[in-house]
Each structure stands twice: as structure tokens, then as C-alpha cells.
Ligand binder design. Structure first.
Ligand code: SAH
Length: 245
């Protein structure tokens, strides 16, 4: 078995935000596996094979990538942002855990990338300057009760909260429910940021407060940041100081 598998992230959008190490890993690959729109962000040579798949079939895609690597191919699995944040790297290890024991001997690596939360924060200033946490609002792989429990704990602990997967066509109302829950714990003036297509040429920011936040403002390309009690604006920037008070 002399194949290999590397999981890389394309960063949030702009080509310069993809790391040189990720680009080099893609260059070395014989096969590229990923969700079509992410694969579209990388330029392939004629001798490289492209295996595009649908967004929802992550485990299947992971098994396909592992089988290719086991057959001696050099595979790059391409995710958006950072491949380890709510993305394909974990899917690969889930597939290793439940799959062919021989896969455990494969040469598997993960290249870090710029995750959406970091690009979104940079669009507005430094809202992640104090302690923060990231929560995916998708209940595809966990229950809504778990999400509510984690939101409540994060709000009580006064973390800045970065919400990934805030909404999709199948889940249009959950962000509104999350705001309702947070309003029972956090102050009305808490800054809330909707950052769409962060780190790309189409980046768009809506800054509002928890009292006024409307869940309908988010879509699948939006990252929502909910401030801590110290998060505030200075001029046209928003930041969270590193000090407690
Ligand atoms: N691995 C990715 C996250 C995958 S989850 C990463 O590290 O960024 C998908 C969610 O990420 C989206 O629903 C959205 O909330 C967020 N996201 C991804 N790219 C984004 C971008 N450029 N701007 C804002 N949010 C983004």
C-alpha cells in the first residue's frame, strides 16, 4: 500500500487565503475528491482525476477516497475553509474507524486551512479577541436538544459564539429559535454579526443587536457571531477586548 490521503481546505473563498501547503498537497495528488463547488476552486492538470460528489454524501465520499488511497493512488480530499472544522477530516476518520482495518495503516494527513469563523471575524475587526466557541446549528448529525444545551451553556459562560450552518432550505427556523433562547440569557444590546461569504470578493456584513437579530438574514454561506458581554464597537470596527472588564 503506497498510496496516501491528504485532507485540505480551500479557505473561505479568496485564492490567497488558501495555504501554500494545501496548494502543494493538491499538486502532488493523482486524484481529487470533494463536493463539486469546492473542487471548482482548484485548478487541475489533465493527468489528475476529479471525483466530484454531492454535499450530503460525506461518509460515502470518505470511503471512496480511502479505497483510492488503499489502491495506491495519492488522494487529496478537498473541503471548504479548514478541513477539520465541521468538515471532511472528521468524516475520513469516522470512515477509518468503521471501515477496512487495513485503512489504519494508510498515510493520512490533514492540512490546516483558514476557517470561516476567522475570515468572518477579520471582516469586522476582532470579535474573537476574548474566549469564544464554535457551534454548528445543523441537527443532521446531533439532536436539537443537544444544540440548545450547548447554546445555553455557552451563553451562561459568556463566550463569544460563532454559529456555523446557521440555516439551510431544510432548516429555515432554527436560527430564530436559537436567538429566542439566547435572548432569555444575554442582554438585548449584545452585538450580533451576520457575515456572508467572508474572505471572498462578495463578503457582506450585517451588524445588529440580539434584540433586533432576524434569523431570516442568514443562509448557508453565512457565519453568525454573537458577542460576549464585553464585545463592543469602536469606530466602524467591532471587537472583544482581551481583558475581562
Ligand atoms: N470547514 C468549513 C465549515 C464547513 S460548515 C470551514 O472551516 O469554514 C459550513 C458552514 O460554514 C456554512 O453554513 C457557513 O456557516 C460557514 N461558512 C463557510 N464558508 C463561509 C464563508 N466564506 N463565509 C461565511 N460563512 C462560511
Amino acid at each position: 500500500m503506497s498510496g496516501s490521503l491528504v485532507v485540505v481546505g480551500t479557505g473561505p473563498g479568496r485564492p490567497e487565503l488558501m495555504t501554500p501547503a494545501s496548494l502543494a498537497a493538491i499538486e502532488r495528488a493523482t486524484d481529487l475528491v470533494g463536493y463539486g463547488p469546492y473542487l471548482d476552486r482548484v485548478t487541475l492538470r489533465a493527468d489528475q482525476c476529479r471525483h466530484a460528489s454531492d454535499n450530503r454524501v460525506e461518509l460515502e465520499r470518505a470511503r471512496q477516497a480511502l479505497s483510492l488511497a488503499a489502491s495506491g493512488r495519492h488522494v487529496a480530499v478537498v473541503s471548504g475553509g479548514d478541513p477539520g472544522v465541521f468538515a471532511m477530516a472528521a468524516a475520513i476518520f469516522e470512515a477509518v474507524e468503521s471501515g477496512d482495518p487495513a485503512w489504519r495503516a494508510l498515510d493520512i494527513r490533514v492540512e490546516p486551512g483558514v476557517t470561516a469563523m476567522l475570515a468572518a471575524a477579520a471582516e469586522v475587526g476582532a470579535p474573537l479577541g476574548g474566549d469564544f466557541c464554535a457551534i454548528s446549528l445543523s441537527d443532521n448529525l446531533k439532536s436539537w436538544a443537544t444544540i440548545e444545551r450547548r447554546l445555553t451553556a455557552a451563553a451562561r459562560a459568556d463566550f463569544v459564539i460563532a454559529l456555523y450552518n446557521p440555516a439551510s432550505k431544510a432548516r429555515p427556523h432554527q436560527l430564530g429559535q436559537a436567538f429566542d433562547l439566547l435572548r432569555t440569557i444575554k442582554s438585548d444590546e449584545t452585538p450580533v454579526l451576520f457575515v456572508r461569504a467572508a474572505g471572498s470578493a462578495e463578503a457582506k456584513v450585517v451588524a445588529t443587536t440580539l434584540a433586533a437579530a432576524d434569523g431570516a438574514l442568514a443562509d448557508m454561506r453565512t457565519l453568525v457571531i454573537i458577542g460576549a458581554s464585553t464585545t463592543r464597537s469602536v469606530g466602524r470596527w467591532i471587537y472583544t477586548p482581551r481583558r475581562e472588564a
